[in-house]
Design a protein around this ligand. Sequence first.
Ligand code: BES
Ligand code: ZN
Length: 621
Amino acid sequence: MLPASLIKRKPLISPETDYSTLSNYKDFKVLKSFFDIELNFKKNLIVGSIKYNLLTLNKIDKIVLDSSFIDIESIKVNNIDNPFKILSRIEPLGSALEIPFNTSLNNEIELLINFKTTKESTALQWLKNSDEIDYVFTQLEPIHARSLFPCFDTPSIKSKFGAIIKSKFPVVFSGLPLDSTGDIYKFEQEIPIPSYLIAIASGNIISSKIGPRSTIYAEPEMLQDSINEFKDDVENFIQISENLITPYIWTNYDFLINPPSFPYGGMENPNITFVTPTLISYDKSQVDVIAHELAHSWSGNNVTNCSWEHFYLNEGWTVYLERLITSTGKNGEIDEKFRHFQYIQGWNDLIDSINSLPKYEYSKLVQDLEKGKVDPDDTFSSVPYEKGSNFLFNLEYQLGGLNEFKPFIKFYFKKFEKSSIDTYQFIESLYEFYSKDDKKIKILDDFDWDLWLFTPGLPPKFPFDTTLVDQVSNLVKLWEAKIPEFTTEEAFKEFFDQDEHTKVYNSFSSPQKILFIDLLIDLKWTPISSISIINIYKDLDESRNTEIKFRLFKFKLLNKLTQFYLDLADWLATVGRMKYVRPSYRLLNEVDHKLAVETFQKNKDFYHPIATNLVKKDLGL
Ligand code: BES
Ligand code: ZN
């Protein structure tokens, strides 16, 4: 049984209601959904229909769907024209689409809606690549599906999907491809998925098989580099995950390298993860993002958060699994030192993230979206990721370590497969799994659920193993001591050239080099020492790894090295990943407001609409 503090909060009906939808989703089961659409690159619109086969779970007098900046042309219910109304917009949820229709419980309805997207749609980015060739991609999580098609836009509702998509370019979709003929592309998603996991992209896309169940899709100039970067890890990651969790149910794990304006590192669209080209680092150092998106095949895409208030059930679980996957060595054993290293890095992100949140309240693990008033895009941060994965890591430790916790992982993903759940159901499943073990139940009873789940701010810090961090911080301490002492670049250079320092630095792994820069950033630099250190670690300054590049810009701007401001402005014209773009504009804004605003005005059409909106807010425009 749940502890009293949680019973008090638990709703009568599970899972909890999703208030970030205007639809009457609780009245239906969606048996099947079918797209028949055309991508129109002349008008930058999607035109066509969505057909729903619904089963009523209550007596109803209307069907209400979500919509946002889409036009509805006509609606048929059971093949007969039906009236409809688009209600006025309520921010941030959009416009309810009301379809009056009376029927009793347990009836099947066929609902056919002809619609088209508009220029304002936040779900789509239409663009031209560097060769002036058209391209379009969708990004629907969390609540942008309603801006692509009228739907029950809630992660609580899942449906099988079929799709016929007409386009002058090759198309990918979040399902398995069926035969395509000419400009008609067909897909099938046999596993029920929520609307936020629908994905479409089309452009000059080619593909290459990189594993027994994996194909990589990209524009031609990106394909070979992408293959080299990812081919060695993908199948290996799938097998590690299957051992750790449950069998992979989606048949294929394919992914698409999107153009640079893609606003996220990756998006776990079933059968076709979308990723940013900035993952291509030429040293495989960002394959953890692939491990992350792959892990969503279990946490998120199979067991799904029932609303965005429980978003950490998607992302916290995924980071937890991702770190187990990337810490598993060739012998199948977990490199715990490396796993701890990743958690320490994540902890530093969590501190930064909590400090830069628009509202301190957003640092709760279970969010309060105020019955739909708060836009889940506005509460997005590292909190669900890092506080969420730390929550699981602490539970694992308290319950006796990984060997004791692993059977629960399998149990959880089996128990809730293909469903959408809330936090209470998750905790209840822990109690259920350990019910025969009094000691473990006592541990669960003593766990401070309230602190972890409902209290803002940093959670208690785990005493992580610091071996891999110490190797880096020892070198950083040496530098720290020399900053006030050395007054010329030569002095720094000579010091660095001492054999043992070079050896230590060269032994660093890519994640350690990233930490190295993070720790250097935290020191107090003089003008001569800051420029010296950049010139000394030339390999970092010239790195093609965007994680390193971004941190170097951060170092340069925080130390007011004005000669690099324009370089950052130039770089901002080439990347759209929000993880870099938003903090970069904030940094630039702090040192040179005029340049920040000018740069943003110049690039705003390049960025994705979601990114443009958020940067605008960040810059106070
Ligand atoms: N599902 C997220 C991306 C997302 C979250 C899109 C919320 C829209 C709203 C994806 O799995 C993700 O977490 N991507 C991370 C990568 C990662 C390794 C933490 C990213 O984009 O940086
Ligand atoms: Zn994720």
